[in-house]
Design a protein around this ligand. Structure first.
Ligand code: CUA
Length: 191
């Protein structure tokens, strides 16, 4: 008789322990979830960050035929306020232009579109690191403090020629930046 009640007590204790552990687990998970959501809301609102998946869409099959990513528009355009807008097309297995020319010390907006598959867009020694997904325009804002050269490799495997897909970014003194001619709008250092 005593043995039966012992067993019953042990069972009840075990169940209570189990419930406590479960409650602790559920509370921890809720706290982590709320902290994550809070962090996302904070950095979006406070720092103006947004997820890399862009809201701007573009038809990857007709990039070259006209519009923003037509050949003459690729490269760097200087806006009236002195900031630069760089347009680049990523395709198997090259970036166009293959040498991006930017002025030092001004805000630079990079706009990149893929003509085929997913590519990577990274500029060594800077905070620029994004994916280029066909159908979307990847927009990255940055600035280059000093003149010099940076490598710009594709860092998303995009098939057999991936390792050969890279370009350069040449940063020059803003005063020496060439002005665009009438025929070609975008300036670059590609030959
Ligand atoms: Cu493009 Cu790897």
């Amino acid at each position: 008789m005593a043995k039966t009640s012992d067993t019953a007590r042990q069972l009840a204790q075990g169940e209570e322990r189990g419930k406590r552990t479960e409650r602790l687990w559920a509370r921890s998970m809720t706290a982590i979830l709320l902290a994550t959501v809070g962090l996302v809301v904070f950095i979006s609102a406070h720092w103006g960050w947004h997820p890399p998946s862009q809201l701007e869409t573009i038809d990857p099959t007709s990039l070259h035929q006209g519009g923003e990513f037509a050949e003459g528009n690729l490269g760097t355009l200087i806006a009236p306020d002195g900031s630069a807008v760089v347009r680049v097309v990523a395709q198997q297995y090259a970036f166009v232009p293959s040498c991006v020319l930017v002025p030092a010390g001004v805000p630079v907006t990079m706009r990149v579109a893929s003509a085929d598959v997913v590519h990577g867009f990274l500029i060594e020694g800077t905070n620029v690191n994004a994916m280029v997904v066909p159908g979307y325009v990847t927009t990255v804002r940055t600035s280059f403090r000093e003149s010099g050269e940076h490598l710009m490799p594709c860092h998303e495997f995009c098939s057999v020629g991936h390792q050969g897909m890279w370009a350069r970014v040449r940063v020059v003194d803003a005063a020496k930046f060439p002005s665009a001619d009438a025929k070609v709008k975008g300036v670059s250092c590609a030959r």
